[in-house]
Design a protein around this ligand. Structure first.
Ligand SMILES: CC(C)(COP(=O)(O)OP(=O)(O)OC[C@H]1O[C@@H](n2cnc3c(N)ncnc32)[C@H](O)[C@@H]1OP(=O)(O)O)[C@@H](O)C(=O)NCCC(=O)NCCS
Length: 143
């Protein structure tokens, strides 16, 4: 079974390639890598998820699975592992922005939120200030 593990610095290139291929932003990724997880296949990184930490809340971002590995539960396992990482770091709530998976995250317990409800610390993040367009949905989950 593909292992879900903390991301290493050496995984950055593979993570960037996954995100770029999926059209997801790289802006601000560096800040999220210390709390990132990867799905490590036999030969390559085949998925990732990361958390930007802003006080006691986090921004779940860069959730991505390689196209040929989708539909096998890796996305769910990556999000669960990222949530565990966030909780272990003392975060109480995760937010996310998505243009592509608004119908998927509710399966994992995320609920649609308004931008106005997002804590100010998060709205300063690169995803909110530009990388993700105004049209992206905001979802949140208490940990
Ligand atoms: C969204 C994503 C991470 C899901 O990963 P995954 O490994 O396929 O997810 P899982 O295997 O855990 O779940 C698969 C199930 O979710 C559904 N699903 C997958 N992506 C979905 C989406 N974007 N919207 C709605 N449902 C989706 C599948 O149809 C499947 O349903 P089933 O169980 O009824 O067959 C993956 O499709 C992906 O990398 N997409 C491109 C990047 C992206 O949009 N990331 C999210 C924004 S940050």
């Amino acid at each position: 079974m593909t292992a879900i593990e903390p991301a290493l610095d050496s995984d950055r290139t593979a993570i960037e390639a996954l995100l770029t291929a999926a059209g997801l932003p790289l802006d601000g990724l560096t800040a999220a890598l210390p709390a990132a997880v990867v799905a490590r296949g036999k030969y390559a990184v085949v998925g990732c998820a990361a958390v930007e930490i802003h006080g006691s809340v986090g921004l779940l971002r860069s959730v991505c699975v390689a196209p040929d590995q989708r539909g096998t539960g890796l996305g769910r396992r990556l999000v669960t592992a990222a949530e565990e990482t966030a909780a272990s770091l003392g975060l109480t709530e995760l937010y996310l922005l998505t243009e592509t998976a608004e119908g998927w995250f509710p399966r994992l317990g995320y609920r649609v939120a308004t931008r106005a409800s997002v804590p100010a610390a998060l709205t300063a993040s690169p995803e909110f200030t530009g990388a993700c367009p105004e049209s992206a949905a905001v979802l949140r989950k208490r940990l």
